[in-house]
Design a protein around this ligand. Structure first.
Ligand SMILES: *Cc1c(COP(=O)(O)O)cnc(C)c1O
Length: 396
């Protein structure tokens, strides 16, 4: 066996079934393994490498920041963090941001925001959350639940709040799941991990209306579908709503570990205050330099325009595959977040595509998922189509 794989298997915790490939470097929308084999990337490190690989301006910005300073803690101000916060809240159409180290941490912050908002209203600790079936919001389990300092916990207890589950695009199920204790409804504008299920306009606007009526916070998890992936900077911006809290991560830093939860001024004024939340690394100068540069490059490289230009072609080709192959039963998605529902194991398709030099993902139990870098062209779509068509023909 390959030495690297042997070493990793000997020492890493076995929480992943990794592909037997050792990736080495990337260029544009291509990845290369240590044997020099080239792969067309239609997964982008799970939606992270929005700009693709080896982007000179991005690398230069990070190198310059490394030469200056990497970390200073949130007890001090830095130029880069102020700039990143200003740029991000502007494109996100939110008023305030807290930078985190991951998507899951952004979710924790969003939930704490809602708990504190509700606690400030009625002083009670029995608030509940409504979430959706097929949702995915991350892997942490309430770090605060095991934190010994009571003052850090009080407003947010019980820390693993009661969660009532409802169904995507079923407004009645959400209405039924809401009660007097509900402090937040959390959902992905487009569900990713669960199988690529976009919320309909009617559903999103209905949930928004319900939240407004009952002064419940609407938390939109845009960790996967945000940062331009759907052709909008954040997917909710295509609807006639303004969420109370929005989470972001994945594409936000184009590779450095950074996330964010953002909120309106109204929520900020009535929720977390000094002492309520913190993070040692959260939004340190290195990751903020990345966020700031990524947002500049989104404009300079007209990233949203590219997604919107290529999406109709991508949709057309995926519709073609759906019509052509018996093993493809449905096609769903928005922008560069696409899924094909299969009657065969999506993992088998991913493996066969990998052998032929195309990297894809699965989602849910029966969905083949695509999250390409936001810089792919029609030509890349053609290359993806050629490989996937061949593999699906084998599986029909
Ligand atoms: C990936 C993901 C998360 C978790 O992000 P991590 O950075 O892995 O913690 C949360 N929500 C959604 C919608 C995601 O896709």
């Amino acid at each position: 066996m390959n030495k690297t794989i042997e070493l990793a298997e000997e020492h890493l915790l076995h929480t992943y079934n990794r592909f037997p490939v050792v990736l080495d470097y990337g260029k544009g929308v291509k990845l290369y393994d240590t044997d020099g084999k080239e792969y067309l990337d239609f997964y982008s490190g799970i939606g992270v490498h929005a700009l693709g690989y080896d982007v000179e301006e991005y690398k230069d910005a990070l190198k310059a920041q490394i030469d200056k300073i990497i970390h200073v803690s949130n007890l001090y101000y830095t130029d880069v963090c102020a700039e990143a916060a200003c740029k991000l809240t502007k494109v996100a159409k939110m008023d305030r941001v807290f930078f985190t180290n991951s998507g899951a941490e952004a979710i924790e912050g969003a939930l704490k925001t809602a708990l504190k908002y509700a606690y400030n209203k009625d002083g009670k600790n029995d608030h509940e959350i409504v979430a959706l079936d097929h949702s995915f919001h991350g892997r942490t389990c309430g770090a605060l639940a095991v934190t010994g300092k009571a003052a850090y916990r009080e407003a947010f207890e019980p820390l693993i709040s009661k969660v009532n589950f409802a169904n995507m695009n079923d407004l009645q199920s959400v209405t039924d799941a809401v009660n007097d204790k509900t402090c937040a409804i959390i959902l992905e504008t487009v569900q990713g991990e669960g199988g690529i299920y976009p919320a309909t306009k009617e559903f999103i606007e209905g949930v928004y209306k319900l939240c407004k009526e009952k002064d419940i916070l609407l938390i939109l998890d845009e960790v996967q579908c945000g940062m331009g992936r759907t052709g909008y900077m954040y997917a909710w911006q295509q609807y006639d709503i303004v969420p109370d809290v929005v989470t972001s991560a994945k594409g936000l830093g184009n590779g450095v570990p950074v996330g964010a939860f953002m909120m309106t001024e109204k929520v900020a004024k009535n929720s977390l205050v000094a002492g309520d939340h913190g993070s040692t690394y959260g939004g340190n100068p290195l990751v903020c330099a990345a966020v700031s540069k990524v947002l500049d490059l989104f404009e300079e490289k007209k990233i949203l325009e590219n997604v919107n230009t290529v999406t109709p072609y991508l949709n057309k080709k995926l519709d073609e595959l759906t019509a052509k192959h018996a093993c493809v039963t449905a096609h769903r998605g928005m922008g560069f977040m696409q899924g094909l529902e299969l009657t065969v194991k999506p993992g088998d398709v991913v493996n066969k595509c990998m052998d032929k030099g195309l990297l894809l993902l699965t989602a849910g139990t029966n969905v083949l998922r695509m999250l390409p870098p936001l810089v792919i062209t029609n030509d890349d779509v053609d290359k993806m189509y050629a490989i996937l068509d061949e593999v699906l023909t084998d599986m029909d």
